[in-house]
Design a protein around this ligand. Structure first.
Ligand code: MIC
Ligand code: SF4
Length: 755
């Protein structure tokens, strides 16, 4: 039986009525995304149609998921909200803090020792407030959610950008910062700008080496890392129906990499099969009863141009396998062109590692397709030239894959089976082969490949591909290997080719598991005490941020003008820093250390206007803070791309940065800044970015009249005394301005709880 089945049945019992009412007020047939959004309005029935990309709307999500690295800050904030229990079903998943090194057994034991303080904290907070807890080793949050909690037509939020994975099971699932999750845990509405809608029509059928991953690698190439910003991507068509549910999950998962709010697919037979295989026939039955409301209206899919803001069509029968990278997930190259492109760009051809796993590609089907390649290699007497590492998505998958002999196949190829966890995908990787900054290449089935992400080395060229392609490339050891064309020399000196991969959608003997790793919370958490040691270097209780004094900010010094890509990995790096995610002061020592200073093109070296000397960004900022000098961070396009980690907003807030002024923001990061009481604004004229000089001081002219839809003006004073007046836009609505005034959104919740 499914968890929270009563909640799901309640959602379904209202769905038909709510969808019909929404269709009436909108006045036309509805997409699936609209059906889900309009049936989850905080105010209940739809009373008016919303303008996409403009109206802020209050929603009532059905559930929340948090992972260990973000849950710490989310729960530290929730603990301040003064509530007894979470208001909607919530789970915490321990997956980010487990390093991949020797293999699952040793690595998990090591993590349980080194991070026990954090795991214990999360477990006890979960227990106290009615939150389901998934222990370390239980699996990666999004795989576990897909297997246990996601349901067609539902809405969830999660403190991780890849929460969107649950779109594979027909949800609208959205990644948010912890402070957003706290609103919903505290029983309040969750606010989102009504998204635009991008329709992707899939025709044809995948075959041969092409996998669901290639659909999203292709879409990423088309939309680029910011092309999906503010939009839901809805997939439909015969091609969509022909793919497995977990394949759909892969596509939705990596929608985060185009900046999409989320992605989703209409309910179909593949989802029904998946629900039944994962012990949720009850959900499938309930969904079958309202099937028509769990997918877009026929008219919409027949004439998508009339209903979506943008339509993309992809014929799966023509789609080629791709590899995307290096350093950005949208640099798409069909595998057939890789040899030429790699040469042109001087990318290292030798591949050191092939890594299979991460929340985007660690399903049973993924493992079977990759194993079908690995098996051929063994049978055809090939030895893998690269090292191979596998992270199964969950204990259920691992157990089943072991039972069905899949893991043995990888082991026969000398692969290391890492823990059911994020591992190398988030820099939790003690790479045995290389320690320095050497140029090298790795291929993986993950979703992100930003500089330094997997191993901290800026010269590791990481390429993203399907699990089967990663297996093939790891066997060949070469980036320019095209398995559809190229032969390999085996141990007997004979030339052999790899046949096309084959996969099994769902385990024929059913999924099996002994201990899935779940702990249900106590019925009465009242008596449970949460302890945080005062001298802990991992956990620190939060102090509220100061409210705004109502005055124009003036004398604001430039801390850094970031050049080019500045993702959340640049602002608050993961890897070794994950250990400080529950300690705001300590993690603030990584603030912006990965951002490139536009004036010297170096990382972590900025000029202090106090001393005139260059120093590390956190050190310079701490000195400004000590002197009570406000500062500003200036940035380029899509600032804050990537993760949902709110540390990227809390650290600057904590250290006294007041403003972030950029060409454009990534959605989650912009909201995170607002929630923490920061001023996140954009250049009205992009070219003004070029006016900003190293020794600049900023004086706000009209912040005292801060109001929705009203741009702000800032006087920029240069070192030679000359001045420029620049205009900045913002997207704060009235309630968000209140967060700024009160110092943070949490300060407001606390005031409400006291009343
Ligand atoms: C990621 O993939 O970057 C992460 C690590 O899962 C993040 C969350 C985090 O930083 O903890 C995400 O995607 O939101
Ligand atoms: Fe974990 Fe990687 Fe997925 Fe993020 S993208 S949740 S780090 S597996």
């Amino acid at each position: 039986m499914a968890y929270d089945i009563d909640m799901i049945k309640k959602v379904y019992s209202q769905m038909a009525d709510r969808v019909n009412k929404a269709r009436k007020v909108v006045g036309k047939p509805l997409t699936l995304s609209e059906k889900i959004l309009y049936s989850h309005l905080w105010d209940g029935d739809a009373s008016k149609g919303f303008t996409r990309g403009k109206d802020y709307v209050d929603f009532a999500p059905d559930r929340i998921a948090c992972q260990d690295a973000t849950a710490q800050m989310a729960l530290l904030q929730f603990m301040q909200a003064g509530k007894k229990n979470v208001a909607v079903p919530t789970t915490v998943h321990c997956d980010h803090l487990i390093q991949a090194k020797m293999g699952a057994a040793i690595d998990l034991a090591t993590a349980n020792k080194s991070s026990h303080e954090v795991f214990d904290f999360l477990e006890s907070v979960s227990n106290k407030y009615g939150i389901g807890f998934w222990k370390p080793g239980a699996g990666i949050i999004h795989q576990v959610v897909l297997e246990n909690y996601a349901f067609p037509g539902g809405m969830m939020i999660g403190t991780d950008s890849h929460t969107v994975n649950a779109g594979g099971l027909g949800m609208v699932a959205i990644g948010v910062g912890g402070a957003d999750a706290v609103d919903v845990m505290a029983g309040m509405a969750w606010e989102l700008k009504f998204p635009k809608l991008i329709g992707v029509k899939l025709t044809g059928k995948l075959s041969g080496w092409t996998a669901p991953k290639d659909v999203i690698l292709k879409v990423a190439g088309i939309l680029t890392v910011k092309g999906g910003t503010g939009a839901i991507v809805e997939y439909f068509g015969e091609g969509a129906r022909s793919m497995s549910c977990t394949g759909k999950g892969t596509i939705c998962n990596m929608g985060a990499e185009v900046g999409a709010t989320t992605s989703t697919f209409g309910y179909d037979d593949s989802m029904e099969r998946y629900l039944k295989a994962t012990d949720r026939a009850d959900v499938a039955e309930a969904a079958n009863e309202i099937r028509e409301h769990l997918t877009g209206d026929d008219e919409v899919y027949a004439n998508p141009e009339q209903y979506f803001d943008e339509v993309i069509e992809i014929n799966l029968s023509d789609l080629k396998p791709h590899l995307n990278g290096p350093f950005t997930p949208d640099l798409a190259t069909p595998i057939s062109d890789m040899a030429e492109k790699a040469k042109e760009n001087n990318w290292p051809i030798k591949v050191d590692w092939g890594l299979i796993g991460s929340c985007t590609n660690s399903s049973y089907e993924d493992l079977t397709r990759a194993a079908s390649i690995a098996k051929q290699a063994v049978d055809k007497k090939l030895i893998a030239k690269s090292d191979l590492g596998i992270n199964p998505g969950s204990e259920t998958i691992r157990f089943t894959a072991e039972r069905d002999g899949l893991l043995q196949i990888f082991e026969d190829l000398n692969a290391t089976i890492f823990t059911n966890a994020c591992g190398p995908c988030i820099g939790q990787w003690d790479r045995s082969d290389r320690k320095g900054d050497e140029r090298n290449t790795i291929v993986h089935s993950f979703n992100r490949n930003f500089s330094k992400r997997a191993d901290g080395n800026p010269n590791t060229h990481a390429f993203v591909g399907s699990p089967e392609m990663v297996a093939a490339i790891a066997i060949s050891g070469r980036l320019d290997f095209d398995p559809t064309r190229d032969k390999l020399l085996n141990e007997d000196g004979v030339e052999v080719m790899l046949d096309e991969p084959t996969g099994i959608e769902l385990p024929p003997k059913g999924f099996g598991v002994e201990d899935p790793g779940y702990l249900a919370p106590s019925d009465d958490g009242n008596k449970i005490a949460i302890k945080v040691a005062e001298d802990s270097e991992r956990l620190q209780l939060l102090e509220p941020f100061e409210p705004w004094d109502g005055k124009n900010l003036s004398g604001v010094k430039l801390l850094i003008k970031a050049f080019g890509k500045c993702t959340t990995d640049h602002i608050s790096m993961a890897g070794p820093w994950l250990r400080f995610r529950g300690h705001l002061d300590n993690i603030s020592n990584n603030m912006l250390i990965g951002a490139i200073n536009a004036f010297n093109k170096k990382t972590n070296l900025v000029k202090s206007q106090i001393t005139g000397e260059y120093d590390a960004v956190p050190a310079v900022q701490r000195a400004y803070k000590a002197d009570g000098i406000p500062t500003i961070v200036v940035g380029d396009h899509n600032y804050g791309e990537g993760s949902s980690r709110e540390h990227a907003a809390m650290e600057p807030r904590f250290l006294g940065v007041r403003v972030v002024l950029v060409k454009s923001f990534a959605r989650i990061h912009e909201t995170n800044l607002k929630k923490q009481g920061m001023l996140g604004i954009t250049f009205s004229n992009e070219k003004d970015y070029d006016l900003i000089l190293e020794d600049d001081t900023f004086n706000f002219v009209d912040l005292e009249d801060f109001a929705a839809d009203k741009p702000l003006h800032i006087e920029v004073v240069h070192a030679d005394g000359s001045k420029d007046m620049i205009k900045a836009n913002h997207t704060y609505n009235d309630s968000q301005i209140e967060w700024f005034k009160q110092g943070s959104a949490l300060n407001l919740i606390k005031m409400d709880s006291l009343v």
